[in-house]
Each structure stands twice: as structure tokens, then as C-alpha cells.
Write a protein that binds this ligand. Structure first.
Ligand code: GLN
Length: 311
């Protein structure tokens, strides 16, 4: 019977040869998955013998990873914001950089609630545009429940893909917030917005079309529409910007994830499409541009010459 160490070593070598950028981590995660154990168990018990059914399972999963399938699709879940999200080909895999966006959205919500709203105020309205696997909406719903303010917030999430919405609902139900998020099938926003949102948050596709094929091979297993932001990268975000004056309530905010090289471009786009709005670029933990924070000028949506020119 092969030991954990032997299987791991063979797995690491095969994944390295297949071009994986993280062969050791991948092999540890996959062997843990085959054993029904955490990766730390694999690392901590190199001498343990591995039974044949776990070894077979590891072999099957290694083959999937060797042809480039992401570990998150093989395992069927990915950790994000301290939660396990179900992942499969219906939607983009949650990325660590998006945790920054959730953090900022949580802060915006909590600040508005702490600002002392008159008793009987309607719930604060929060929208996740292009929710994919439900990542942002569900992470926010769980965070707000932990802070015991869930009743003061109405969460909405859109996606144009019915398949992604199915997965998003599964994730919401899996985290017991199925009744806390209203999922809507829509191209960015519902065709007619009757009531705007206080906080709009979105991780839309922003990779330049020409750069999508250059992403790690794992990305080719994900829905292209979730990554491809058009020839310049900001086409989809640009379409959302045009609709923000109707979608963001006075005093509200939009938080949009961007690529680390798009800080200047988003400022220019906001200046062109959202006159009078303020645009700040917030860095991620590595110090790279990651989130655009957009706020309507005080004089009202789209007002000419409103204070705070976009930067
Ligand atoms: N950060 C992602 C990547 O580079 C892109 C996510 C997106 O387009 N929203 O893989």
C-alpha cells in the first residue's frame, strides 16, 4: 500500500510536469479530498498508508488537474471570506482579491446603519450585480447576520445566466441565507429600476478579450462571459456606469472590482460617463488598484459641475 508521502511526491511531479503553477498545494488539496481529510492531515501524516479506493480517487482527480481543470471544480468548493462556496462550471470561482470588495461593502453597509437611521426606516438596499456563484451577496448576507443587522438590510443579486443563478441560490441555501437574498435574472440591472440601491457592488468581467486566452489554463474551464470584459476590458463595467445614476440612491455608493492595471482607466471612464460623480480607487492588500468607489455628487445624479470631480 502506498503511503501519503509517496502518492504526494508522485502527484507533485506529475502536476509540475503538466504546467500547474502550484503543484504541491494542488496535490495536497487533491489527496486530502480523496482521503476525505483536510490538507493539514496530509501534511502531518506522511507515513500513513492510503487505501486503494482513496488512491484511485486521487488518480482520477490528478488526471483532471493534469489537463488544467481548476482544483476548485474538482473538489467542488472554494473557501472565500471564511466560507465554503460550492463551485462548478456554471460560474466563476471566487477569487481571494474579491474578499477586499466584500470587506469594503460590509463597511459601507455598517457605516450607514451606524449613522443612526430614524426608527421605521426602510431596510438599506444592497445589490450585487453579476453575482455568479452568489459569492458577494452570500458572503455579505452571512457577515450581516453575524453582526445581527440582517433585518435592517435587503439584499438583491442579479446575473444574466440562469445557470449561475441556480448555483448562487444553492450557495445561499447552503449558508442558510436563501430567504435573505432576492436573486433576479437580468443583464446587469432589471430593465426598469423603480427603487435605487444604497450600496451597489459588482465583480464584473474586466479582463481584455485579447488577454483571456493568456490566463492560466484553469480559467479556460470557467464561463468566458464571467471574465471577458471586451476589447478594452472595461466594456461591461462601462455599461453599468451608464446606468448608475438611476441605480444608486442619493448618498449611496457603487463598489466595482477592477484589474490592477485599470486604476487610471476607470477614473477616465467615470469622468466621461458619470459627470459630477466622485471616483476613488482603493488598493488591495498588495497595494494594487482593485476597487473603484463611485459616489454621486451632492447636487444629485448627473448634475453638471457638482463638487468632487472624478479623479
Ligand atoms: N481577477 C480575475 C482573474 O484575473 C478576473 C475576474 C474578473 O474579470 N472579474 O482571473
Amino acid at each position: 500500500m502506498a503511503t501519503v508521502r509517496e502518492l504526494l511526491l508522485a502527484g507533485v511531479n506529475r502536476l509540475r510536469a503538466s504546467g500547474s503553477e502550484s503543484p504541491r498545494l494542488d496535490a495536497e488539496l487533491l489527496l486530502g479530498h480523496a482521503l476525505g481529510a483536510d490538507r493539514t492531515v496530509v501534511i502531518g501524516h506522511p507515513e500513513a498508508p492510503v487505501g486503494s479506493s482513496a488512491a484511485d480517487r486521487f488518480e482520477t482527480d490528478l488526471r483532471r488537474r493534469e489537463i488544467g481543470e481548476p482544483v476548485a471544480y474538482i473538489r467542488g468548493f472554494k473557501e472565500f471570506y471564511g466560507l465554503a462556496f460550492a463551485t462548478d462550471r456554471r460560474a466563476l470561482i471566487p477569487r481571494p482579491e474579491t474578499e477586499r470588495l466584500v470587506e469594503l461593502a460590509e463597511d459601507e453597509v455598517l457605516r450607514r446603519l451606524a449613522d443612526g437611521r430614524p426608527p421605521g426606516s426602510p431596510a438599506l438596499r444592497v445589490l450585487d450585480v453579476g453575482t455568479g456563484a452568489g459569492t458577494i451577496a452570500v458572503a455579505l448576507a452571512v457577515a450581516l447576520r453575524r453582526r445581527r443587522v440582517a433585518d435592517q438590510v435587503a439584499l438583491f443579486a442579479t446575473d444574466e445566466s440562469p445557470e449561475a443563478l441556480e448555483l448562487a441560490r444553492e450557495n445561499a441555501v447552503g449558508h442558510s441565507v436563501g430567504d435573505r437574498v432576492l436573486f433576479l435574472e437580468a443583464d446587469l440591472l432589471p430593465p426598469v429600476v423603480t427603487t435605487p440601491w444604497d450600496v451597489v457592488v459588482a465583480n464584473l468581467p474586466y479582463v481584455r478579450s485579447g488577454a483571456v486566452d493568456g490566463l492560466p489554463i484553469a480559467a479556460s474551464f470557467e464561463p468566458r462571459a464571467a471574465l471577458d470584459g471586451g476589447p478594452g476590458g472595461l466594456e461591461v463595467i462601462g455599461r453599468l456606469l451608464e446606468r448608475l445614476p438611476h441605480a444608486v440612491a442619493p448618498g449611496g455608493v457603487a463598489l466595482l472590482e477592477i484589474g490592477s492595471d485599470q486604476g487610471d482607466a476607470i477614473g477616465a471612464l467615470a469622468a466621461a460617463r458619470l459627470p459630477g460623480w466622485r471616483c476613488e480607487v482603493v488598493p488591495d492588500l498588495a497595494g494594487h488598484p482593485r476597487v473603484a468607489r463611485l459616489r454621486p455628487g451632492r447636487a444629485g445624479p448627473g448634475a453638471f459641475g457638482a463638487p468632487g470631480a472624478p479623479s
